[in-house]
Design a protein around this ligand. Sequence first.
Ligand code: UDP
Length: 445
Amino acid sequence: MAAVIHVVGARPNFMKMAPLIRALRDAPGGFEHLLVHTGQHYDEHLNDAIFRDLELAAPDVHLGSGSGSHAEQTARIMVAFEALVRDRAPQLVVVAGDVNSTLACSIVAAKANVPVAHLEAGLRSGDWAMPEEINRVVTDRLSQLHLTPSADADANLLREGASPQGIVRVGNCMIDSLLRNRERAQRGPALSHFGLRAGNFGLVTLHRPSNVDDPGRLRHFLRVLSDLAARLPLVFPVHPRTRARIAALEISEAALSAAGLQLAPPLGYLDFLQLESAAAIVVTDSGGVQEETTALGVPCLTVRDNTERPITVTHGTNPLVGSDPAPPPVGDQDETIPVELAGVTRFITRSQIRYAQAQGDYARLHTPAGSHLVRIPLSTLEERWAAAGFVRIHRSTLVSLRHVKEVRMEHGRCSVVLDEVELQVSRRHTRELRDRLLRPNRPAE
Ligand code: UDP
C-alpha cells in the first residue's frame, strides 16, 4: 500500500515537487510513497533531462497519457489514475501547480474520498480565459491541505472560504529547487555552448497558448524579438508547442538566427538556470520563470496582461508588458497594476489613475475610488508611462493628462486641476507641462 502518491505531469511540476519528495524521503521513520508521472509532457527535453538535473528518482508509475485536447488529456489521465487509486488505496494524493494532471488527479482522488494536498495552492490571476486558472481554482476547492507559497495565496483561499486550518504556508518550492541547484548550474557548459558572455544577452521563453497559437500574433512576436536581437543577442529555448507553431509559419530558423535570435531545443534545468542567472534580461510568459528571475534579481519582462504571481511585480523584477507584442499606441496602453488592500491583492488599471505621488521608495496611486500604495518607485512609473500621457509636475508627483480638467497660471505659479483636486506644479516642471500640453504627441499629418 502506498501511503502517499505524488503526482507530476509536466515540466514545472518537477521543480516544485522535488524538495517535497526529498523532505519526505529524509523524514525520520520515512514515508511510503509512490511517484506517479501522468505522461502529460512526454518530450525527452521536458522530462528525462529535468529529472536527471533535479536528481529525482525515475517515476514509479507512468500513466502514459500523452497529448490531446484539454478534455481528451484530462479524461485519459482520470481513467488511468482512477485504476491506480483503486489498486493502491493511498492515504493522501499530493498534486502540484496548475496543469491538467493537477486537475485530473484531484478530481479522481476527491471522488475516491482520498484527501488531496495541493502544492502551490491559492495563486490566482483572475483570468478565466487561462486553462491554468480553472485548474487552480477547481483543485483548491477539492483539496484539504493547501500548501501555499505566499501571503497573497493565503488571502485568496480565505476569501474563497477555505478553512484556515487547511492552509500551510510552506514557501516557494520552485525557489527551493533553484537555491539548491544554483551553484551547480554555474559550473555548467551552457554559456560557452551558446558563445555568450554573462550580462550580454537576453533569454526568451514563450509557450502560453494565448501567445503562440494565433499565427499573426506569433509572427509579430518573432518580428519584435528579431528587432530586439539586433541590439542584444537573444537565446530562445523553444517549447515543443511553440516549435510546432513556428514550423507552421514557415519562417526559417536560419533567418531568425541571422537576425541574432538563436532558437534551441528546451534546455535542461541546470543549463537553463545558468543562462537565466547570467542574462541581462529575460522575456517570458512562464509562471515559474517570473518567480526565478525575481529570486535571482534578473530583470524580466512578462508578456502577459495579468499574473497569478503579483509578488514578482510588487517585490520583484517583473513588470508585465502585456501580451500585445506591438509597441503600445501613444496614450492607449492600459497596464494593470497589482495593489495590496488589507492583505488582498487587487488590480487597478492605469487609466483609472489620476496621479501618483512618491511615498518613500514607493508610489501612492490616486484613483477616483481611493488611493493605493504600490511597491514601484515613481521614477520607474515615469519611464513606463511617459508615452501614455503621464507627466511629472513635481519631484514627487506624476499626473495623468487624461484626468487634467484645467491648467491654471496665477502670479507665475502653475497648477493643474483634476476633478476636485488641485495640485501645484513646481517651477522646474512648469515648462515641461506647458510643452506637453501645447505640443501633444500627435502623429505627423
Ligand atoms: N525551464 C527549463 N528549461 C527551459 C525553460 C524552462 O528547465 O528551456 C524551467 C525553468 O527554470 C522553470 C520551469 O522550467 O523552473 C518553468 O516551466 P514552464 O515555463 O514550462 O511552466 P510554467 O512555470 O509556465 O507553468
